[in-house]
Design a protein around this ligand. Structure first.
Ligand code: CMP
Length: 139
């Protein structure tokens, strides 16, 4: 069993797509073991995306991610990281496969509705960034 962090980003929350994302991941048999709505400060968004610090889009990305509420979830399942990334589709919605969340709902390479961890080490960091051990229902 693997864990991954999912975020419905501020654009997804503003457009009322939280339920659609939850429906798709549950239909794929990914299980939600923690979930909450947050509104990140700019500094919190910068900490979350620290690996992208040097990228030209870092300022804009962290402005966007702190622009409104987002829903963060911990998902579990066999091969959960890869499976959730398959559901999301490519970062650039124009390259995302048919039927993926980003292909269906994203409007921009940055405002791409959802985030998912890309590896076990990043999942561990990202889950710990938003949830403490008591908030993750592992039993
Ligand atoms: P995410 O999967 O959350 O990981 C990093 C985020 O940076 C990505 O989704 C996009 O929201 C954003 N991003 C990635 N590449 C670009 C880009 N070329 N221009 C703007 N934003 C980007």
């Amino acid at each position: 069993m693997e864990r991954t962090l999912s975020i419905v980003k501020p654009d997804g929350v503003a457009r009322g797509i939280v339920g659609e994302v939850v429906k798709r991941l549950e239909a794929d048999n990914l299980k939600i073991i923690a979930m909450k709505m947050i509104h990140m400060t700019k500094a919190q968004a910068e900490g979350f995306y620290a690996v992208h610090r040097e990228r030209p889009f870092f300022g804009s990305l962290t402005d966007f991610m702190s622009s409104g509420p987002a829903v963060v979830m911990v998902l579990t399942g066999e091969n959960a990281i890869h499976r959730y990334r398959e559901l999301m589709g490519a970062t650039n919605f124009k390259e995302a496969a048919e039927g993926t969340i980003r292909r269906d709902f994203a409007t921009d390479i940055e405002k791409n509705v959802v985030h998912g961890s890309d590896a076990p080490e990043t999942a561990a960091f990202e889950i710990g960034y938003f949830f403490n051990a008591f908030e993750v229902n592992a039993r």
